[in-house]
Write a protein that binds this ligand. Sequence first.
Ligand SMILES: [Zn+2]
Ligand SMILES: [Zn+2]
Length: 152
Amino acid sequence: MTKYTIRKTDINKALKQADIICKRNGLRLTKLRQDVLSLILKEGGYVKAYDLLDELKKIDPSAKPPTIYRTLDFLLEHGFIHKLQSLNAFIGCSHPQDHKECYFLICNNCQKIEECCSKKINNVIKNTTSKNNFVPDQAVLEIAGTCQQCLN
Ligand SMILES: [Zn+2]
Ligand SMILES: [Zn+2]
């Protein structure tokens, strides 16, 4: 199992990587997309769409809800951020396109989120769904509990 956390030092790396990925795939990382991505990464944790909109308005006062949702869709589609379904919030990915599936450990106490990847879990999901003749588009796995720090 590989465990990932987004550190402040990873923000610039993640932004640079997003730029490289976009160039490679002929996508446009517009200023708006870059601004929203860096706002999410700066958060260091999860962030709600309306909080993002408030932050974005400080940069661009004309920003409206569709602005933020369209931008989030782009960032989600290309794996730069993830959506936490149980919290209806977004979190940055420090290693975009390294992985397709991942899961999240959510601390109920300090709200810290750990992004984890496990090939084993992915394989179990793949095997189980194919046994049921089902083709998954995406699997959401969010585990709520208590993190190491809060246990101590
Ligand atoms: Zn990720
Ligand atoms: Zn905690």
